[in-house]
Design a protein. Sequence first.
Length: 402
Amino acid sequence: MSNVRTKRGTIAILTGGGDVPGLNPAIRAITVRALRDGFRVLGIRRGWAGLIELDGGTGRPDGDCVVELSEEIVNKIGRTGGTFLHTSRTRPSHVPRANVPEHLRDRYSGEMNDLTPEVLSNVGKLGIDVLIPIGGDDTLSYGVRLHKEGVKVVALPKTMDNDVPGTDYCIGFSTCVTRTIEMTHALRTSAGSHERFLVIEVFGRYAGFTALLPTMAGAANRCVIPEHPFDVDRLTELLVADRTTNPSRYSVVLVSEGAKFAGMDEMVYSDQEQDAYGHKKLGGVGDLVAEKLRQLSPRHAGGRRVNTISQRLGYLVRCGDPDALDSIVPMAFGNLAMDLILRGSFGRLVCVRNGRYDDVPVDVVTSRKKSVDVAKHYVADRLRPRYEDFGNKPVFIMTSDY
């Protein structure tokens, strides 16, 4: 436990959106540093949901929505994946009637409700001086809203896709890339045994970093990314050529979940239901690509059909413990957040900028989208990364946002 008797204020931490390895190390880093610097630390459960589901009548942590954090609590979980505070995709400014907490239904009965007044009230009743949201651009966009409402916010970026504007790196990205490379190499044994095309669907709704970087690292022959609609016949031609020159007679393509066939207006969705941020659940484009490759292969393989193996990696790259980078970066991000708090600098996003730790205004997350610069990093006709001009680039080559 902290031996500091005089508290300097209360810091609250929450995690929102998809889970990634590295969240618990970030929570631990913030908590340990904050306690030793004399702060009280609260963990908000289930992301923004905790601040609308909390019945603020007591003004105290209730255990279900809010928990007081100690070094004993966070030390063990800091070595694990996921988020022990849990998460949700709740958007307090857009809460459907069915999701309004029971104790608020007499006040909010519209089809869509803005519960921001309840969030602000609970922040006040809990005595929260600084709020640290950890999430992607959806979660952090509501952090921007609270910052504009006067809440002191310091934000940390996380997402498997590495698509939060304003930072070269987001918590979870390295583990995602590492796992993608490992699993793709493992699946090669089956592809080679059966002399097939191996089609692997990976994360990436709007940004193709999680397909492009593993391909650059040698995990695949080709990749298709959301930023460039692809011609499936050209992909088939290239994969047949790759397979022909491979002594084991197989070839590999990584497909971003948000990739689109040339001439297709929409991404491929697993269902039409939308989350609180208006996103439909993606899934299935890899299976469509695999089937098209099988159908078109005779055209380029001398009349012979090439069968396919199709695999979605999905939660396999989210689960489990963080890799080395996603253990180190969250530790640094957490301490950088505390540095900002101690300096009285709020409305900031902790970031990596040009290979160095830094911070930028938090409203950068709502200012633009971050995606692969196709002209710089992707050879569209060859459906593969551009292997040149690496001088003065970040470690992850194409992830700089500056």
